[in-house]
Write a protein that binds this ligand. Sequence first.
Ligand code: IMP
Length: 200
Amino acid sequence: MRQIVIGTTNLGKMNEYQVLLAGANIRLLSLRDIGLSAMDVEETGTTFSENAQIKAFAYAKASNRWALADDSGLCVDALGGAPGIYSARYGDIHTSEERRRYLLDQIKDVPEEKRTAYFECVIVIASPEGIIAQTEGRCYGSITFTELDEGKGFGYDPIFIPQGYDKTFGQLDEMIKHELSHRGIAARKMVELLHNLAIS
Ligand code: IMP
């Protein structure tokens, strides 16, 4: 079976990729599987695409295997697109819970109709020689006033309601999230691509 490294230290993302890439018929290796769990790559890019490329190529080079990495985040219109590529370190805060609270506080006076936002994800596949391809996905929705969570999902899931729904990603069934999400959309495009790539 073909194998690729999933370049993320985020367990929530790793779990999602196990489901999202199931159709690609490829064994997914975590950073821990290949002894690189301590390798964190600095995201020095200015776009989701640049950061995903930096990570995918760094992990492909270090492992000498094909590697897939993504960059994703939440862009809130009332915050001029923030936190965007800084979603994982928004407000220089270390826990997701505190980041969610901080974000809700930043837009506490913004009315419901102006609380629009979207999640974006760019996935890049790289070989040890360089970048091979990338796919993108976006999921539009809005930000709640308080956290609505049933322990599903991760990160900003408990404060994001996808368009057309009345529950957050933290409440919706995992399969619904995969269907709608930025990562789900980008991953389905990547599965198509992976079928046609001669991975060594
Ligand atoms: P990355 O690991 O640099 O891509 O950081 C992405 C950050 O954006 C994560 O740490 C989360 O805070 C947030 N994020 C990205 N995708 C999702 C999602 O599907 N749900 C909730 N938060 C997400």
